[in-house]
Design a protein around this ligand. Sequence first.
Ligand code: TNX
Length: 538
Amino acid sequence: MDLIPAPLSVIRPETPGTFALDAGTGLTAAPGLAPVETWLRTVLGAATGLPLPAAPGGIELRLDPAAAPEAYRLSIGPEGVLLTASTPAGAFAGAQTLRQLLGADAYRTAPLCRTGWELPYAEIEDAPRFGWRGVMLDVSRHFMPKAGVFRFIDLMAAHKLNVLHFHLTDDQGWRIEVKRYPRLTEVASWRERSMVGFRAADRRDDRPHGGYYTQDDLREIVAYADARQITVVPEIDLPGHSQAAITAYPELGNTDVVDTAALGVWTDWGVSENVLNVSEATLRFFEGVLEEVLEIFPSQFVHLGGDECAKAQWRESEAAQARIRELGLADEDELQSHFIRHFDGWLAERGRRLIGWDEILEGGLAEGAAVSSWRGYEGGIAAAKAGHDVVMCPETHVYLDHRQGPGEEEPIPVGFVRTLEDVYRFEPVPAELTSLEDGGAAAAHVIGTQANIWTEFMDDARDVDFRAFPRLAAFAEVAWSALPAPAERDWEGFERRMAEHYRRLDALGVEYRPPGGPHPWQKRPGVLGRPLDGPKGT
Ligand code: TNX
């Protein structure tokens, strides 16, 4: 059946057979599952050309209140297809499995002239390992137009991923319309040029880059994701990675140490020294931003970044030092944590929860906050032990901007070599947590895992396809399936299933990296990267 991600269990009857779909096949759903029925009819209808009328005798989506929230059961036999679940999320996951069983052509957008749509008799039981199966997409370094985001959401859904962590702001561009601060989009949403490759190459294109989503675009994205059981978690990165915002509103920067009015939206990659000041006025400014963010995004979590906040300007700034004294803080790390704690409380008062990169642990973690553990597992381990929820996304394992093979032909080689097999063997819950004698309490704080797609070196959706796939398929199995310990994982079996999965990706039009290495047109000869030695070497 070659399902990816692998389900919990599949039982095939002793006498195999198939249930055929034709023009008379009906599709019905219990009232609570109507959105899944609509999605399935639209997608299968487009690929097969079959009408799937709302009539009995074919595919039935049925509620089973006893099922676990995202679990489903799919029974295919001579009488038809019965998909049961207790929630739309469970039914949607089952519907994705049903689509896989129809074969690669079920992923096309319009029908080929073919018949013979068949589903193999089977009993499939399935449920996810983690509730947070995420992908972070950086649309700041390179903007992804709205149509590309819809497509990306569809690709996530096809892999049973359910959280889109949307990195909307950074030094190089601000991508969300904020009505009360129009300069954030007028000024901060575009830059004059971009760095090509790593800093050492000192090479730039001379082409302006920009774009932003209007609030209605974002509402549309949220609704589109919601119809596919995906939650969009917005990220407004504070107080570092803020040069674009400071360019639009210079008073947000450390005006006593730099002439912030002379700044531009950053045209380099890396960590900018230009960070926010921590005045009351700046807190009010971002409360204003977040009020609009909360109106657009209904997610429980709101990501406020907190990563890589350079402290040099705060050390030099008399205003920052006065603030440290006034608040009775020890140092600049505590100033950052004061800033994050402020918004943690502010979000909690509004019924939301803060999530931030693991630097928010420095200087004391805000109560109730969750952590995206990116600098390895350590931050996540410390946070989970302290009773905070954690999303494991270590740079050492699941940074999909990092190169996929050791060869010279990898385009703009970044970071460690992280092959498809490396990602397949990634384990989100480390032994440091499972070996604790706490009845599994700390390990249970790992609410999920996430792959991160930073786009400094991906300037369009084709490049995102190349770096994200096929690795996102392996990641999806890590996040969804009940896999054994990394060394015991059936890599050969996964590779065999991938042969069919490549056909699905082909039908979807995904420009993945072929197993044998990049196509000629996927290479970037002469563009400098920055390879690093990982545990597996270069
Ligand atoms: C670190 S991960 C960053 C990003 C970069 C990325 C490149 C994190 C929280 N910060 O700003 O894009 O490395 O791999």
